[in-house]
Ligand binder design. Structure first.
Ligand SMILES: [Zn+2]
Length: 99
């Protein structure tokens, strides 16, 4: 079974934020001062790379989830009206004992 060879779609640039100082590493921009060319993927950053501001390594960076403009807006669910409490009362329908 031969699957057609298709080039993977380029993943969008990700941003990673430094947990220590809040510096945001943008893959599209890289870190020229730190020796990372623009377009350097976070996974390609050497382990000895240090945060440009505080000096921690990439291990202290978290993926910065930027809002995706292509994502559909979150649809708000209309709040369901509170169900009226039924004023149900048992019917007094017992048959009187025959005395
Ligand atoms: Zn930092």
């Amino acid at each position: 079974m031969s699957a057609p060879v298709t080039a993977p779609a380029p993943a969008p640039w990700q941003q990673y934020i430094c947990r220590a100082c809040g510096y945001v590493y943008n893959e599209a921009d890289g870190d020229p001062d730190g020796g990372l060319a623009p377009g350097t993927r976070f996974c390609d950053i050497p382990d000895d790379w240090a945060c440009a501001l505080c000096g921690v390594t990439k291990l202290d960076f978290d993926l910065c989830a930027a809002p995706d403009p292509a994502a559909p807006p979150t649809r708000r669910q209309p709040a369901a009206p509170p169900a009226p409490s039924p004023t149900w009362r048992p019917l007094a329908c017992w048959s009187a004992p025959i005395s």
